[in-house]
Design a protein around this ligand. Structure first.
Ligand SMILES: NC(=O)c1ccc[n+]([C@@H]2O[C@H](COP(=O)([O-])OP(=O)(O)OC[C@H]3O[C@@H](n4cnc5c(N)ncnc54)[C@H](OP(=O)(O)O)[C@@H]3O)[C@@H](O)[C@H]2O)c1
Length: 263
């Protein structure tokens, strides 16, 4: 068991990647503390974990509410004495964020992904780090996308938000690694089984006339294996990064784009 006796807090745990990571962490022995804006989705994941023999608790926590994040972390410390893994998988629906040329995008629309993705990462990482420093160990993780490193049309503030998060991963690491805390991001290619990718496709459908199948094929054709990624593959990599087997890895975002994006 790669995460035996670890305590993992997951933000956006009711979502596709957060939920898959929660199940994978728990199956490797971690106790998972699942949080999200809406309790029902998080509870469903917690139930799945418990049904599979794992340990999970669900809580309603808005990752942009500093006090709520802090109080939840304290409740985890009070219960198990430590936080070993902080995983931020927060995302917001793409509708309204994508599909508008930058010259026509209003400032609020531009700022929304930056606020949600980057600010929630900052708040959750900072508050977890304060607890991890006491144990001189911990892993802070998040998820970005290839928009951080390549120009893509009609993605509004999404690309800048991903780039900001990757910069923050490096900066958190350089300050925290001397205290035994690793900071590592995951940058997956599109995962077609998630709703996120389906709704990212909608504005492209309108702009290009491509079908859902054609769009997936186009994305897959840019990868070396000529296929897209599965949630299971992302979750497996998250387990490895969260584990002590990855002790040599910090200050970086793991490129899971399967060749779509060169290092
Ligand atoms: N799916 C992909 O193919 C893919 C590929 C590359 C990168 N990514 C990135 O990976 C991240 C997760 O993607 P996903 O597909 O798992 O998205 P998802 O299924 O939409 O899940 C995102 C989760 O974040 C939660 N959330 C939103 N705002 C929150 C807040 N303020 N506090 C707490 N929770 C909040 C949502 O909860 P509510 O629904 O209750 O608001 C939802 O459960 C996103 O940043 C996405 O851009 C995804």
């Amino acid at each position: 068991m790669m995460l035996k006796d670890k305590a993992a807090v997951i933000y956006g745990a009711g979502g596709a990647i957060g939920g898959a990571a929660a199940c994978a962490f728990a199956s490797e022995g971690a106790s998972v503390f699942l949080t999200g804006r809406h309790l029902a989705a998080v509870e469903a994941v917690a139930k799945e974990v418990v049904a599979n023999g794992g340990s999970a608790e669900a809580a309603e926590v808005d990752a942009l509410d500093e006090q709520a994040v802090d109080e939840h972390l304290q409740s985890v410390i009070d219960k198990v004495g430590r936080v070993d893994i902080s995983f931020n998988a927060v995302g917001i629906p793409n509708a309204g964020l994508l599909g508008v040329p930058l010259v026509d995008l209003d400032a609020e629309q531009f700022a929304l992904p930056i606020t949600t993705h980057a600010m929630s990462y900052f708040l959750t990482a900072r508050l977890a780090a304060r607890r991890m420093v006491a144990n001189k160990s911990g892993v802070i993780m998040t998820v970005t996308a290839l928009h951080s490193r390549t120009g893509l049309p009609l993605v509004g503030g999404y690309g800048p938000a991903q780039a900001l998060k990757e910069a923050l991963t490096r900066d958190l690491s350089v300050e925290l690694a001397p205290h035994g805390i690793r900071v590592v991001g995951l940058r997956p290619q599109a995962i077609p089984e998630t709703g996120t990718i389906k709704d990212a496709f909608e504005p492209r459908a309108k702009a290009t006339g491509m079908t859902w199948e054609q769009w997936q094929q186009m994305l897959a054709s840019r990868t070396h294996p000529r296929r897209l990624m599965t949630l299971e593959e992302v979750a497996n990599m998250a387990v490895f990064i969260a584990s002590d087997k990855a002790s040599g890895m910090t200050g970086t975002t793991v490129n899971l784009t399967m060749g779509s994006l060169d290092d």
